[in-house]
Write a protein that binds this ligand. Structure first.
Ligand SMILES: Nc1ncnc2c1ncn2[C@@H]1O[C@H](COP(=O)(O)OP(=O)(O)OP(=O)(O)O)[C@@H](O)[C@H]1O
Ligand SMILES: [Mg+2]
Length: 256
């Protein structure tokens, strides 16, 4: 037992603890003896090939799917946002935000959450009248209103245009800083992972194949020293060839 545990401080050691977790469909072990910890308030990005089990993992963490064996510990207060906003078309924005939430001051809570995502003026709107980015912000507000200690994001920006995606990146970081949940963000976009996360993990064969800590100061941008080196490293881990001429010189490999 570590000294941290002996001290028994108010802060738990990990927001997420997975030990030897297995999930299989038929003969296919999609998640295979997976060990993974996420610290309270840590922002983790999850990369991996299509079909590597990212959504399966996220669904288990969200409590939407069971594990077959192993141990999984997650906070009760958790929320998930997916690639599509999954709003009820016949309910106004604010009602979607507090759907299923049993609290007395529901509307006030919805208004506060929608204000945080910049949608105070769209409280009464029906989903069909919202843009893709607005709908996704309603989905985010629906997550926030539950005051999650773990926020699970499965490619939430993938369907958005480039400019909206940049705004969403800024919003996510702002909200993360303010509320400080642990975040697990599934993405296919290596740049997005480096821009947002404290740590990037690569899922392969049902396990954490690689992980890289991102120590770049925020707010980040792709021209920052070290950014391109990390990018090349992660693309390499994902099996994508990169033109090394475009990449900053890594002293270990320089011949000059
Ligand atoms: N309910 C299910 N029944 C059977 N097989 C499933 C089920 N859910 C997922 N799978 C299989 O598990 C594997 C992992 O799927 P998953 O959706 O987790 O991948 P992913 O990493 O999220 O992929 P993508 O990047 O394309 O979203 C796939 O081979 C998929 O077909
Ligand atoms: Mg997926």
């Amino acid at each position: 037992m570590s000294t941290h545990e002996l001290h028994g401080g108010a802060k738990p050691l990990a927001a997420v603890q997975l030990h030897k977790v297995v999930r299989q469909f038929g003969n296919q072990r999609v998640i295979d003896d997976l060990d993974l910890n996420i610290a309270p308030g840590e922002f983790v990005a999850l990369l991996g090939a299509s079909g590597s089990g990212k959504t399966t993992l996220l669904r288990m963490l969200a409590g939407l799917d069971n594990i077959d064996s192993g141990q999984l510990r997650v906070p009760t207060a958790r929320a998930a946002v997916f690639q599509e906003p999954r709003l009820m078309p016949w309910k106004r924005a604010w009602k979607n935000v507090v759907l299923g939430l049993r609290v007395e001051n529901a509307k006030a809570r919805a208004v506060a959450a929608l204000t945080e995502v910049g949608l105070a003026h769209r409280l009464e709107a029906y989903p069909a009248t919202l843009s893709g980015g607005e709908a996704q912000r309603v989905a985010l507000a629906r997550g926030l209103v539950r005051e999650p200690r773990l926020l699970l994001l499965d490619e939430p920006f993938a369907a958005l245009d480039a400019l909206t995606r940049i705004r969403m990146h800024e919003l996510i970081i702002e909200l993360w800083r303010k509320h400080n949940p642990a975040v697990l963000l599934v993405t296919h976009d290596v740049d997005e992972a480096i821009l947002l996360a404290d740590r990037v993990i690569v899922l392969a064969q049902g396990r954490v194949a690689e992980q890289v800590r991102v120590d770049l100061p925020r707010a980040r941008h792709s021209g920052q020293p070290g950014f391109q080196r990390l990018r090349a490293q992660l693309l390499g881990l994902l099996g994508v060839e990169v033109e090394t001429g475009d990449v900053e010189q890594n002293p270990r490999y320089s011949h000059g």
